[in-house]
Design a protein around this ligand. Structure first.
Ligand code: SF4
Length: 305
């Protein structure tokens, strides 16, 4: 049986159900890399240039950790997941970048997702998967459709609207903003969510707000071509900022993220001009020490009471 490795980084945190279901539907074994740890981080740092953002470095470490255990490593090529919405360029080149930086030590399978400009690319890449795995093309398309349905059913009805946000806040609450591969990777975020929960603080993240609300509140970018993650973060920040129950906002940003350099600046300015929400910006790189991180967090939490 063919074994497909899925690195637990970047796209994994939002789309793992889709891709795991897809390969299970094809009759493959799926091996997901371990949770991020020091070895994985150090390996990613070793194989990437200094200027690479932290999550991409970590992704390389995950891919490397799988290379001797699987037949193929799956790295999708996300260009656009919706109309007028584009991914960060590093997602567009992820299969090539990972393969080249890791010296072609494994075989890659990819599916292209380019919903704004070339949705037909997905079907073409499914044809390539059919050839590589020696499976009939119609069966691969069926497996993909079924996986998409599983994913959509699971995602449906997740997140609440603005109107429901405040009625869901019962105790001290803060919003945690950042890319999913930062705020849900407990090694990279130094167990931030656990630390907040241990202090009886309710944590809201972009996942808690529904898609429509985030797009509506991503002023002034709604309806224009823009980064999908930028829409999510701007829309979430301004939704949370309008909610009196949210006492503060923490933005967790990885070192060298081009998207955050722009989005975070815009959020900071607007929070200052229009809202009273305190904001703590925590930048993480491979050298960040937990003691300094915790000190800043404690000081912020003391300030917001
Ligand atoms: S959005 Fe930022 S953190 Fe994510 S891959 Fe792009 S540069 Fe890296």
């Amino acid at each position: 049986m063919t074994t497909i490795g899925i690195p637990k980084g970047l796209f994994y945190f939002e789309h793992h159900l889709l891709w795991e279901s897809f390969f299970y539907n094809l009759g493959c074994d799926v091996e997901v890399s371990d949770d991020t740890n020091k070895e994985i981080l150090d390996c990613g740092v070793k194989y990437c240039s200094n200027e690479t953002c932290l999550p991409v470095k970590v992704f390389h470490g995950h891919a490397y950790s799988l290379k001797d255990r699987v037949d193929y490593i799956f790295i999708p090529r996300y260009t656009s997941v919706d109309k007028n919405e584009y991914t960060c360029p590093k997602f567009c080149g992820l299969p090539d970048m990972t393969l080249l930086n890791l010296k072609r030590q494994f075989k890659v399978l990819e599916v292209k997702i380019n919903m704004d400009a070339k949705p037909e690319e997905t079907l073409k890449s499914l044809q390539e998967i059919a050839t590589a795995l020696k499976i009939n093309y119609p069966d691969v398309v069926e497996a993909f459709k079924a996986a998409l349905e599983t994913y959509n059913n699971n995602k449906r009805n997740t997140g609440i609207s603005e109107a429901h946000l405040n009625s869901n806040i019962a105790q001290t609450a803060i919003s945690l903003l950042g890319h999913p591969y930062m705020i849900y990777d407990s090694y990279l975020n130094m167990k931030l969510i656990d630390k907040l929960k241990a202090r009886n603080i309710t944590v809201f993240t972009p996942r808690d707000i529904n898609h429509e609300t985030k797009r509506k509140n991503a002023y002034p970018f709604e309806g224009k071509i823009f980064w999908d993650v930028g829409f999510d973060l701007l829309g979430s920040a301004f939704t949370f900022a309008s909610s009196p129950g949210i006492k503060g906002m923490i933005y967790l940003t990885p070192f060298a993220c081009g998207v955050d350099a722009f989005v975070l600046e815009f959020i900071e300015r607007r929070l200052k001009e229009q809202y009273n929400t305190p904001l703590l910006k925590l930048t993480i790189d491979e050298h960040t020490g937990e003691a300094g991180f915790d000190t800043r967090l404690e000081a912020f939490l003391d300030m917001i009471g």
